[in-house]
Write a protein that binds this ligand. Structure first.
Ligand code: UD1
Length: 416
């Protein structure tokens, strides 16, 4: 159980380096199941989700070597995982399904868990596996897939990030060519495709809605460095904009976060790209309207941190969440700090600019937890943020440490 004691903060300034993207690293780790040769990933962030996936991969028979933040994974004879409780802890664990099935002709996995931000079914993943020739059998709490995969055509009813990744991973070893229509376009998809291409898969169309994959009979290992985390970067930018900030982010790719940068500019802060990184200066003031969408739209993972920023904006900001149906849980906790937020179904109206007062709040999910940490910076006095399930550490490598290096005062306490 983690507890954070957060003091009010008027100014953040300084420089921080952004870690590699959690959402890029997790699918890349699963790519190791496609080959008996070692896959080496560089600059892997120290996250609980990475740790959990390592345990799942170990359970799948993968050997792991760590050297600092470099991770080498070998899957000589992979097999289906046996520990259902590990899979139920994180949604991304479903990404072992595609590569295991493609490599061994069989995969049995417990249905995945993760943040309770919506129903999060895996029907699109299964539809993709069926299109590649798998027989799918659903039993309560688990799914079994069998069959030698061959290329096929898949149309996704929604451009699901996870389903696109799972199908890419499966198609990599399927015989012939696979076409994914209405594929997700997120930068993390492009990153996975770049790594798969290096391993020997033929891929075109990554980053567009139509991806074509030419499977290989055998793939190689490679060494790969994942892209920087656009959500971590966006979270730090929101924190800075809540204060009289001047913060330089090193190691980001601004072109992968245009939607967030445009919204930040609408709040009145100044953003400048320099050879050293991206600098945000000034305090945000103007209210905004945010509608979450698939990439290149505004990312749902930034909705909560942006709502924390909206608490500081003068006037009413509007948030419409179109991706997940239960992603305003943090708003209830923000109200405990004195925020004026009204929720109508998938719309949140945030009346910003009022005084917030520190109290005890509870982390609701990964991004919601980070947003509450930011809200704590804005609240007068001390905010105690309880994170009994360790949500924040699942996806941020030392967020309090990063904010403290910019001048915040956040004390992290671990118990139990
Ligand atoms: C990934 C990200 C998560 C991000 C999300 C949307 C990782 C590890 N996680 O999650 O941080 O918030 O993308 O950008 O990369 N859906 C279905 N059927 C399916 C799959 C998804 O209906 O088979 C629905 C979901 O319920 C949700 C929507 O599609 O409403 C988006 O989900 P998806 O893009 O799959 O998100 P994840 O891959 O779970």
């Amino acid at each position: 159980m983690a507890t954070y004691r957060i003091r009010h903060c008027e100014q953040l300034s300084g420089e921080v380096s952004i870690h590699s993207a959690k959402n890029a690293v997790l699918p890349l780790m699963c790519a190791c199941l496609l080959t008996r040769e070692p896959l080496t990933l560089e600059r892997v962030p120290a996250l609980t989700d990475v740790h959990t996936l390592l345990s799942i991969l170990t359970d799948c028979g993968v050997s792991v070597r760590r050297d600092g933040d470099t991770l080498t994974l070998w899957a000589e004879e992979p097999k289906s995982p046996t520990a259902p409780d590990l899979l139920s802890r994180m949604r991304a664990s479903v990404l072992v399904m595609g590569p295991l099935l493609a490599r061994t002709g069989y995969a049995r996995i417990a249905l995945p868990g993760g943040c309770a931000i919506g129903q999060r079914p895996i029907d699109l993943h299964l539809k993709g596996m069926e299109a590649l020739g798998a027989q799918v059998q659903l039993t309560p709490g688990s799914v079994t897939l069998q069959g030698r995969l061959r290329g096929g055509s898949v149309y996704l009813d929604f451009p699901s990030v996870g389903a696109t990744e799972n199908i890419l991973l499966a198609a990599a070893l399927a015989s012939g060519s696979t076409r994914i229509e209405n594929a997700a376009k997120e930068p993390e998809i492009v990153d996975l495709c770049a790594c798969l291409a290096r391993m020997g898969v033929g891929i075109s169309g990554a980053g567009t809605g139509e991806i074509t994959v030419t499977g290989a009979t055998q793939l190689h290992g490679c060494t790969y460095r994942p892209i920087p985390d656009r959500i971590e970067a966006g979270t730090i930018l929101c924190a800075s904009a809540m204060t009289e900030g001047s913060v330089l982010l090193r190691g980001i790719r601004a072109e992968q976060m245009r939607a967030v940068l445009f919204k930040l500019e609408e709040t009145g802060v100044s953003l400048r790209e320099t050879p050293a990184g991206l600098r945000l200066t000034g305090r945000a003031s103007q209210p905004i309207q945010v509608r979450t969408l698939a990439y290149p739209g505004f990312p749902t993972d930034m909705q909560a941190p942006m709502m924390a920023l909206a608490l500081r904006l003068r006037g009413t900001s509007v948030f419409m969440e179109t991706i997940f149906e239960n992603r305003f849980m943090h708003a209830r906790e923000m109200v405990r700090l004195g925020a004026g937020i009204r929720i109508e179904d998938r719309i949140a109206l945030v009346s910003g600019g009022g005084v917030l007062a520190g109290t005890t709040v509870t982390s609701t999910d990964l991004r919601g937890g980070a947003a509450l940490m930011l809200a704590g910076l804005a609240a007068e006095g001390e905010t105690v943020l309880r994170d009994p399930e360790g949500h924040i550490a699942r996806g941020y490598e030392d967020l309090p440490g990063m904010l403290n290096s910019l001048g915040a005062d956040i004390q992290a306490e671990e118990e139990g």
